[in-house]
Design a protein around this ligand. Sequence first.
Ligand SMILES: Nc1ncnc2c1ncn2[C@@H]1O[C@H](COP(=O)(O)OP(=O)(O)OP(=O)(O)O)[C@@H](O)[C@H]1O
Ligand SMILES: [Mg+2]
Length: 462
Amino acid sequence: MKGRILVVDDDRLTRVALAHQLALEGHEVRDVDNPIPALALLAEEPWDLVLTDLRMPTMDGLAFLRRIRETRLATAVIVVTGHATVQTAVEAMKRGAEDYLVKPVDFDELNIRVEKIMARLALERELRLLRRCPDTPDRYHALVGRSPAMRRVFERIDALAGQASTVLLLGETGTGKDLVARTLHHVGARGGGPFVKTSCAVLSREVLESELFGHEAGAFTGALRQRRGRFELAHHGTLFLDEVDDIPLDLQVKLLQVLEERRFERVGGERTIEVDVRFVCATKRDLATLVKEGRFREDLYYRINVVTLELPPLRERREDILLLAECFLAVHADALGRSNPELTPEVGRLLLEYRWPGNVRELENAMERALALASGPVIAASDLPPAVTGGDARDGCERCLASRESLELKPFLAEAEREAIRWALGRAGGSQSGAAQLLGIPRTTLRDRLAALFAEEPPTTP
Ligand SMILES: Nc1ncnc2c1ncn2[C@@H]1O[C@H](COP(=O)(O)OP(=O)(O)OP(=O)(O)O)[C@@H](O)[C@H]1O
Ligand SMILES: [Mg+2]
């Protein structure tokens, strides 16, 4: 299960190695070299887990732990320590750290411990959701929604859960593809078996290959031990291939074979291994376009595109916005041991009007942030992120207009539009469809605007 992890260690090598390993597992990772910026990050955004050294120059590890507990009750902590400080690690566990690891950290061990914590956090969160949002029938796990669009999703989940067919989940970022993949697994016949997830992004071709297929000892430099891959780990269960569009072309051939035959060999191995796995794939991209561009194999596309389940963006199911907002408030207030605040009518209106490009995830983060900022029993407009209240664009405009003597509207608007497009392309890593989504315009419109506004000099992206 993927989470947001903060790594804190003044030793650069350890820090970078840990962060790299966790990112390989698909987690979202930030690393900082001391507790002070870490506390600032913790105050700003929700984190699932902090991995921290105990001996750091700016703040003692135990003091750091106490501050984390004050700021973020729900964030788990793993202490990473040298042999000399095992005693302190034990002390740290008494004070609320979840676990500890001894340096040099064994990566398999790390993955197991982190996975365990993530699974527990997800379960707790789901239980809280179920308790606080009785509207949702139990069997849909923690999927909240009562819009016609979500009801259709529930019906599809019911219909598909019992089948063995491969399912392709489509939807923008934050629409709940992960949650639906899990729900499909849990409510289906394989619910008692393993649910295994792999993100096909971030990993290099070699890593992804050995991740999926496993390898024999000595298969390549660094393959010291035999390792079972995700196909094997998902035996009698479900394998969720997230961001399936990112699989390198030559691995796509191998994946197609496994999908067709449910058989494969480990990297460097000769024995054919048979598995009984249900595949669920997810993508935010338009696979048909990738096929046309030659970046996704057509045969694989047809193989995984048999049964699709599309998750509607939040702005197309506005009936769910306030319901979800209230659920998230309740859940996070619960976790903090606080009473449940109310939304003012103005906040309700703002939430309904906003476009939510980051969908349910963005709404959940906004509610968690609002809860942290709200001092009393109500959430006010000032507790919402500036993007939601429209403050962003207004502030920016006011600032750049303040020093002007005159203004010609047309070039001013064109420059603002160019700036917005550059920003969106940068944010979306250069992907036009991603940028169009962020801007809330069709991709074709973005293409036209690019041609019109950047005729001489196309925008460069990092
Ligand atoms: N219908 C829903 N009810 C309750 N929570 C939801 C719902 N949909 C999404 N969420 C929550 O919103 C967050 C984002 O959802 P999820 O990770 O499933 O999105 P995703 O489609 O996989 O996004 P990405 O494409 O970025 O990976 C999660 O915390 C998830 O639990
Ligand atoms: Mg996801």
